[in-house]
Design a protein around this ligand. Structure first.
Ligand code: PMP
Length: 455
């Protein structure tokens, strides 16, 4: 591994020093485990358009884009402008009251996402899936959830099940076990979260049928990890069987929203889920989550005159139980909604460019690898893809992905870092409106240089 990271270490001395300093104050020196990588993560100090600059003044083309959130790149002038106007004219903090931007964004989302009649705001994707699950329990009166192996929906107990399980411990492909993936998770969740095999309709239908009387909902990433698509046949079949069995279908579109298209995966597949969660892009680079869905489900959270649990004057504990509790000091934060509305407005003009550029880059990478005789797939649809080193024809679920050559991919990632291409090792690539022809050309040159060193 020294050989892999030699060039990296030479170029990133200050990041090394900062990582040592950070370790004194934060476990692993990071604020989220995913930000860590071996031997130490790069400390960035500035983002500008498609570029990132690190503490040692190395310049990178950014393909992490804050895990896909920054679809207009860094510091887009229209976002800066919207933030300035919002803060100067309306104040820096949120009002703690309803306000007009909440309505404007809601209207926009309800128009773009066919399955949404009404929405609620949260502060993160994690909170959004949490609320969606509570809504599904309240609506169906059932209290178990099914999720797919390899799918991520946030970092809380119920969701830290079979996201990245060791295959040899995970049971048969068609009946995967529910494995807990963090210390400190109540084993209770192992029984209450049932794990399903992605893109395997027959096996999924069998498990759902068996548990139909306990299952409130099935949640999925309609495109696993943002890049492994659901097959059309699986998607249609899943919608049909959940409807037949009285199980709600939740699309977690935190990654796919605005990235597979303006209307997310549900527009792409023409399938209407019962509930949808959004995050990332829709916050314009700031923390946000959205839950949207059908009128009768969403209305369970509507307060009634006697439902304010904190208003003791009504002494209304029993009435409160009739309403689903949802709160959050920062929900619908006006500054964030201003950034989000601007992002959507720009994407409405430029979405097709981002899609075109992504396709061009994927094609270029593919040709380069073919010439070198290295088997690879650029897996993905829309504006996200991942580079999978594999000679398999098909990568359609978690198990198939595990057959890829991750060690070689890691070598490639470090070689690319040295050539000025940033993505977190082993992570997927996301594109933005400011990744232009010039950046694509530079990226392909960097790939070529990296491959020349490795082969
Ligand atoms: N669901 C999906 C599909 C996600 O990709 C993520 C974040 N990667 C989340 C939920 C959680 O969102 P957040 O990090 O904003 O809490």
């Amino acid at each position: 591994s020294d050989e892999i990271t030699d060039g990296f270490k030479e170029k990133t001395n200050i990041s090394y020093e900062l990582s040592k300093e950070a370790e004194k104050y934060m476990p692993g020196g990071v604020t989220a485990n995913i930000k860590y990588f071996d031997p130490y993560p790069i400390f960035m100090k500035k983002g500008d358009g498609a570029y990132l600059y690190d503490a040692d003044d190395n310049k990178y083309i950014d393909y992490l884009l804050s895990y896909g959130s920054l679809m207009l790149g860094h510091g887009h002038p229209e976002i800066i402008n919207a933030l300035e106007t919002q803060m100067k004219e309306h104040g820096t903090v949120l009002f703690g009251t309803p306000h007009q931007l909440e309505i404007e964004m809601a209207k926009k989302l309800v128009n773009l996402y066919p399955s949404m009649d009404k929405i609620r705001y949260t502060n993160s994707g994690t909170e959004a899936t949490l609320l969606a699950i509570r809504l599904s329990y309240a609506y169906t009166g059932k209290h178990k959830l099914a999720k797919f192996e390899g799918h991520y929906h946030g970092g809380y107990d119920q969701m830290l099940i079979s996201v990245n399980p060791p295959v040899h411990e995970a049971g048969p492909e068609s009946t995967p076990l529910s494995l807990i993936e963090s210390k400190g998770v109540d084993p209770y969740h192992q029984e209450h979260t049932i794990t399903l095999p992605f893109n395997n309709l027959e096996a999924t239908a069998e498990i759902l049928t068996k548990h139909q009387h306990e299952l409130a909902a099935v949640i999925l990433e309609p495109v696993q990890s943002g890049y492994i698509p659901t097959s059309e046949q699986f998607m249609t079949g899943l919608r049909e069987i959940t409807q037949q069995l009285g199980i709600l279908l939740i699309f977690d579109e935190v990654k796919t929203g605005f990235r597979i298209g303006l209307g997310g995966a549900q527009s792409f597949y023409s399938v209407n889920p019962d509930l949808t969660t959004l995050g990332k892009v829709v916050g314009g680079g700031f923390p946000i989550g959205i839950v949207g869905g059908k009128e009768d489900i969403m209305m369970i959270s509507a307060p009634s005159a006697f439902s304010d649990v904190f208003d003791n004057s009504h002494s209304s504990q029993s009435a409160a139980k009739e309403v689903l509790f949802h709160s959050g000091t920062y929900n619908g934060h006006p500054t964030i909604l201003a950034a989000g509305m601007t992002t959507i407005a720009v994407l409405e003009q430029e979405m097709h460019h981002v899609m075109g550029k992504t396709a061009a880059l994927k094609k270029g990478i593919h040709e380069l690898f073919s010439r070198k005789g290295i088997p690879l797939q650029t897996v993905g649809i829309g504006s996200i893809f991942n580079i999978v080193i594999t000679d398999q024809e098909r990568i359609s679920n978690y198990r198939e992905l595990q057959t890829a050559d991750f060690a070689w991919r890691k070598k490639l990632d470090f070689a690319l870092l040295n050539e000025g291409i940033y993505t977190k090792p082993l992570n997927r690539c996301s594109m933005s409106t400011v990744h232009g022809d010039k950046e694509i050309a530079l990226t392909l040159e960097a790939f070529e240089a990296a491959l020349n060193k490795l082969t």
